[in-house]
Design a protein around this ligand. Structure first.
Ligand SMILES: C[S@@+](CC[C@H](N)C(=O)[O-])C[C@H]1O[C@@H](n2cnc3c(N)ncnc32)[C@H](O)[C@@H]1O
Length: 236
């Protein structure tokens, strides 16, 4: 017989840590690093993203290398992905200066030294590829429709030959769920900003046109969010 029962459950000491064990702790640490209002927002974002979505995206992203977080906001997810895999070097970019200031504060408070944050858009912030991964979490539908393809074109040019583009969006094939999401988005951005949702096949077509092959998963949720995760990889 091999080992005792605790050995069977936990595995031998040399095994790598199971990142799931770190996930809840990482979320709590990030929330604690924020002031009260932003902490409430962070909890809401982590409830929306859920552990299963985070786990799925964490497995898609490489465990090390340069990773770009487009529309990083307060840097919640670049901090999260860095905490669960400290060999990642994250670059976050967002046009909201206050959010970027907060992202820097969070990284500093958590002792994350590999994360770098820039104010601006991808066009204005003089980013230099290649990146081993580029991700956008609920960002593309905030970009005007006519600017979405130019943005994706620019980003695909910054992707390393074996890189991965990870997009978390809300899709449009379930009108009730889409209305629910739109209502929450409107509460955040008001009625002046455009919201340009697309069907997941539409995103996929745009990525194919840029030479990326895609895989798509719908992620069901107890809340009426039409979550979709799209992964694109260069075909070459
Ligand atoms: C719903 S928030 C998501 C923030 C973050 N990705 C998260 O999941 O918590 C959308 C973010 O996209 C940013 N954003 C809007 N237009 C952008 C653009 N053209 N380029 C980069 N970021 C943009 C906004 O400033 C905002 O922080």
């Amino acid at each position: 017989m091999r080992g005792d029962s605790s050995d069977d459950i936990d595995g031998p000491a040399r095994e790598p840590p199971v990142e799931e064990h770190e996930s809840a702790r990482a979320v709590a640490r990030i929330a604690r690093a924020l002031p009260p209002v932003e902490r409430a927002y962070a909890f809401a974002r982590f409830v929306i993203m859920r552990q299963k979505l985070l786990a799925l995206m964490n497995l898609v992203l490489p465990g090390e290398g340069r990773i770009l977080d487009v529309g990083c906001g307060f840097g919640l997810f670049s901090a999260y992905f860095a905490l669960v895999c400290p060999d990642r070097r994250m670059v976050g970019v967002d046009p909201a200066a206050r959010r970027i200031a907060m992202a820097r504060t969070v990284a500093e408070r958590l002792g994350i030294r590999n994360n770098e944050y820039r104010v601006g858009t991808v066009e204005t912030s003089a980013l230099k590829g290649p990146f081993d991964a580029i991700f956008m979490l609920d960002v593309l539908h905030h970009v005007p429709r006519e600017s979405q393809l130019p943005l994706l074109t620019q980003l695909s040019g910054m992707l390393a030959p074996r890189g991965v583009m990870l997009i978390k969006e809300v899709t449009t094939d379930q009108p009730f769920k889409l209305r629910f999401t739109e209502l929450l988005d409107r509460m955040m951005v008001g009625f002046d900003e455009p919201l340009a949702y697309r069907h997941h096949h539409d995103w996929s077509r745009l990525l194919h046109g840029l030479g990326l092959r895609t895989r798509i998963v719908r992620v069901p949720d107890v809340l009426p969010y039409p979550h979709v995760v799209i992964v694109g990889r260069p075909t070459g």
